[in-house]
Design a protein around this ligand. Structure first.
Ligand code: NAD
Length: 305
């Protein structure tokens, strides 16, 4: 089997590449390296530095069975600032991938949506049936869901949409203006610096470890009950940013207190996944927060600091 991953040099893409290779699946990877890091793409991957909007992208879809389409502009604040580029990458880029998939008879495209499609929800947990996108990023992501449905209906494209909640683990991006909380907290505390919590730290998030996410990725290419469906990929538990901070501080034996920065009003106060749909077809979350944090800390100590 041969699988193509867009966004292969990013956090989820590079972890997915490792997981597929471990299962003896050949991997072709695409990334324009706008955010991704070439060094984290496993050597066994046939890598193409290419933009997902490139009209010739179907040239590298030959002999591919499945496509994981993960490339996106996904820093929520950057997306608010540049809606035109956000839609160009996230929506037009996705259309380009869907068109290439039709042209080259790809069995299925598994594409990344986001839990941000629930950001305006007034009751939790969120199940897949109702969405409340508000930010530019979330609106771009839910647009890909409408596109997937339309491509399924009019052109027979088979897809699975993945609404990742807050995925964490090795190789989580730490270089962007506002990095994800796990890597930002761990790196700053290990360097003896005060991390910044944006807002008052009371926002609660559903965090899911990347290995659990990869288990679901494998199901997407093995189990046709995932065809033409969308799934929440979270842990079904949520913790406040302050709780995460305390846990990391405790694990690192640190006494450094955080700084508090601007509150981003377009971000949801809380998110929490109803994961019963994915559970029903046999998926389970195996890594709890403490173990996931320990693994993330070990990785950062060995590879980043
Ligand atoms: N990490 C999470 O918790 C999370 C949560 C919800 C949704 N998602 C979605 O999952 C996907 C993967 O997220 P991630 O955390 O690995 O992000 P990431 O930024 O680490 O990886 C995305 C990759 O896409 C590449 N890319 C961006 N624009 C491109 C373009 N025009 N052409 C080619 N490559 C391009 C970047 O260089 C980067 O390597 C994204 O679609 C994201 O929106 C992630």
């Amino acid at each position: 089997m041969k699988v193509l991953i867009t966004g292969v040099a990013g956090f989820i893409g590079s972890n997915l590449a490792n997981s597929l290779l471990k299962n003896n699946i050949q991997v072709v990877g695409v990334d324009n390296l706008s955010y991704g890091i070439l060094d984290q793409v496993p050597k066994e991957v046939e890598f193409h530095q290419m933009d997902i909007r490139d009209k010739n992208i179907s040239d590298i879809f030959d002999h591919i069975d499945y496509v994981f389409h993960l490339a996106a502009k996904n820093c929520i604040t950057d997306c608010q600032e540049d809606p035109i580029e956000t839609f160009d990458i996230n929506v037009n880029g996705t259309i380009n991938i869907f068109e290439a998939a039709i042209k080259k008879n790809i069995k299925k495209v598994i594409y990344a949506e986001s839990s941000s499609v629930y950001e305006g929800a007034t009751s939790l947990p969120s199940n897949e049936s109702e969405v409340f996108p508000e930010s530019i990023y979330a609106i771009s992501k839910i647009t890909t869901n409408f596109l997937a449905k339309e491509y399924g209906k009019s052109k027979g494209l088979v897809t699975t949409g993945l609404r990742y909640f807050n995925v964490y683990g090795p190789r989580q991006d730490y270089r962007r203006t506002i990095p994800p909380v796990f890597s930002a907290f761990i790196i700053n505390l290990l360097n003896g610096k005060q991390p910044t919590i944006f807002g008052d730290g009371s926002k609660k998030r559903d965090f899911v470890y990347v290995d659990d996410v990869n288990n679901f990725h494998l199901m997407c290419i093995q189990d046709d009950r995932t065809d033409n469906e969308v799934f929440n990929i979270g842990s079904g538990k949520y913790y406040s940013i302050n709780e995460i901070y305390s846990e990391i501080k405790h694990l690192l034996n640190s006494n450094i207190e955080p700084l508090f920065g601007e509150n981003f009003s377009f971000e949801a106060q809380n998110n929490l996944a109803d994961i019963s749909k994915a559970r029903k077809i046999g998926w389970n979350v195996k890594t709890d927060l403490k173990n996931g944090l320990k693994k993330s800390i070990d990785y950062i100590k060995e590879n980043v600091i």
